[in-house]
Each structure stands twice: as structure tokens, then as C-alpha cells.
Design a protein around this ligand. Sequence first.
Ligand code: HEM
Length: 436
Amino acid sequence: MGCGIQYECGECKSRGDMGSGEWLASPLSGDHREPRSIVGGTLYCILLVGFAAVAISSPWIFVFAPDMITPLLCSSNVILLVLTGIFQQYWVHQVRKVRLQGYYDFSQKLKRIARLPFATIAFGEKLRIPYKSCDALDEGYYAATCPDAASIVRATMERLHYNDPTLAPALIRLLFHDCFVRGCDASVLISPSPGHTSSERAAVPNHTLRGFNAVDAVKRDLESACPDAVSCADALALMARDAVALLGGDDYPVALGRRDGTESNAWEVDLPAPFSKLDDALAYFAARGFGAEETVVLFGAHTVGGAHCGSFRYRLTGGAGGGGPAMDDALRCELLQTCGGAAEQGMDTDPAVFFDPDTPFAVDNNYYKQIVANRTLLQVDQEAAAHPATAAHVAYYAAVNEAFVSRFSQVMAKLSNVGVIEGDAGEVRKVCSRYN
Ligand code: HEM
């Protein structure tokens, strides 16, 4: 007996030709089965156990490695592609079984019907992958819409820095204040307006922020080259990177694609005060994904720029009892001359001093050397020299300048990605200080 209609099945034909009784059983009989492979079965079980293990452990993986969430979400359409492929093979296998039982015409139709939805999804996904695998930030985000964005920002920054070197430190601080409240979404740039007087800029920690005009200047240049393309959040991230580089720090890559937020509220600004306990500041940074070492590195930004006396004057008159660790006496007397003992009336008349008077416009490790010698302005910084979670890092960076310089850029790159909004969320503001 031959295979008859089953000759369509190459496997059956060749085996039929061998004359095996088992393979030549009636097409409709239950015996007409392919032998199951032990290897395939074992692999299938391993796959199932693997899926179960990942499903059970995934919440814990994310606790310990929050950075994995984005890449996993980004690869979701690749996973979908693989799954559709597996399901398609499963259906084709089912159809083959029908065919083996003799319903050839029917099975041919069924095969197409079974394949159709999977093929649609799979090809759809294939088209989507090269286009944009997900909303993750990407250095080439403006390749089509504003290929020169980064160089436009750099050119304007160079010009501004040449005219006013105090601007670069201000922009580094601006990025920090933006990113730690609502994420890096340019919410800090929104000006209070008659309709909404309490934007982030109105909050006390932001009263001393500077650099808003510089952001406006950069944004104007971007708009004239590529209207409505580059977000203010991306512009600020690039400006802060350029500020670090112009101050002698390491250049670092900035992935782009941030969108601008559409909310900015003063009451949400919970940035630590200069007299905060270091423990509280560490907890605050940890809540945003920065460990003790990374926090100490970011504090190193206080090697550039300066502070108004209002943020440390109480340390000059109160001695150690005035709050936190004591300041070196020679520095204290020097600062008393500049700041005076009594609080000034307003920020405009309050004097300001450089954090690092030797090299106020250089990204270097002087900040750490200063705190080791009790010669820093802010109480929270001074505490880092002796705190068990930070003292070793401070000692290390005080000793190895290159280590700090390179680490500072790495952590600044991380800072510029905090809580970004992407895709269709938010907007691309035309003017950074107001919503569209
Ligand atoms: C507990 C955390 C922090 C506190 C309490 C703090 C506080 C301050 C204060 C009070 C000033 C002086 C502002 C003025 O009087 O004009 C200042 C300046 C500055 N801060 Fe921080 N800061 C902290 C963390 C950071 C971080 C993480 C960065 C950047 C990564 C940063 C960058 C700067 C810079 C560059 C300046 C100088 C700004 C200028 O010259 O205009 N700070 N900070």
C-alpha cells in the first residue's frame, strides 16, 4: 500500500518507499503519527521552565537592576516577533497533522489562514524594528530633523562661555535642578506667568538659578536652523555637557529624544537645602537612582562656580554649634570679611564667593581637597568628608584627579537621563520659558 494522497508529504513518501509497515498504516488511523523526538521534548521543557523562572524572578530582577527595564521594554517587539514565529510553526504543524490524515485540499487552505495573522504581525514588526525599535533616547535622534543640533548648541555655548565663564557652572546646576524634579523635562525653565505664578522657578532653591537667557539664546539658534525639532530638555542636556567640556572636563555622549514637560509646579521642588543632613541628601539621591559614590561625584560639581553668602553665613557666626561640622578658622574669618555676620536683605545684594577660589572654572578634584581640609562652604558638602558612606570616596577623589574628572562626566551623563519623557508625551516647546 502506498501513501496515496500523502505523497505530498516528502517524509511520508520516502519512508513509504522503504516499505515500513508502521509508516504505511491507514491515513486515517490513529497510528499514523510521527515519532516524537526526545531532544525536542527536553528542549521544550527547558524552555517552559526558563519562562517560568523568568516570570517568577522578573520583579526581583528589576529591584536590583532597574536599568534593565528600558532595554527589556525596547526588545519587546523582537520578543513578539519570535513568539509569532513559534506560534506560526505550531499552527503549521497542526495543519500538517490534518494533511497526514488525508484532507490535503482543506489543509492547504487552512495553512494559509493559519499563517495570515502571524505573518501580518511578523512583517509589521519587521518593518517597525529598523524604523524605531522603541522610544529610548538615541544619539542620532535628530539625524533626519536637525542633524547639526549638537554642533549648533556647542557653537553658541562657546560664544557665551567666552563672554561669561560663570555661565557654564550655572548651566550644570540648572540641569541638576531640572532633572531631579519631574525628570529632565525642562520644567525648571518655565517662567511664572500671570495665569500660573507658581512654576518651579518660583521655589526657594531655584531663586539663585542662572543661565535661563543662555538657554533661550541656544534655543533661538536651534529654532532658526530647524523649527519645532529640538526640545528644550535636549538643548539643556547638551548645554550642560558642553559646559563640563568647556570647563576642562571630559566630553561625554548625550543620547537625545527628551520631550518637554507640560507641568511645572513650585510645590514639587523638594531639592535638599545646603544645611541638609548628609543622610537625608543621600536618601534623596538614592531615591533617584544614585548611590553614595555617584552622589559624592555629583557633589564634585561644587568645584566650579560659587555660592551666595546666604547659603552658608550661619556657619561663620555659629561655629561648630551653628550647624554641622566646623569650618577651618582661617577661611571662616576670611569669609566673614566678605559676607558680614548679618543676613543681607535680598539675593541681589548678597555677595557671592567661589567654591574653589584657586580654579573656579575648572572641573578638577579641588572640591575634595577642600572638604578634607574643612574648607568648603556648604554644610552638606563638609559632612561628606567624615560620613562612613562617603569618606572613602572623598579621600580617593581627593587623591586621584583623573579618576574624578572621568567619573564626573559619566555620572553627569546618567543625571541627564533621569526621568525623561519620550515618544508622544509632552511637547517640543518653541520658547523654553513657556508652554506652546
Ligand atoms: C545636596 C545637594 C546639593 C545642595 C544642597 C546644593 C546647594 C547649592 C547651593 C546652595 C549653591 C549656591 C547657589 C547660590 O547661592 O548661588 C549651589 C551651587 C552650585 N551647585 Fe549645588 N547643591 C547640591 C548638589 C549639586 C549637584 C548634584 C550639582 C550638579 C551636578 C550641583 C551643581 C552646582 C553648581 C555648578 C553650582 C554653582 C552655580 C553657580 O555658580 O551659579 N549642585 N549648590
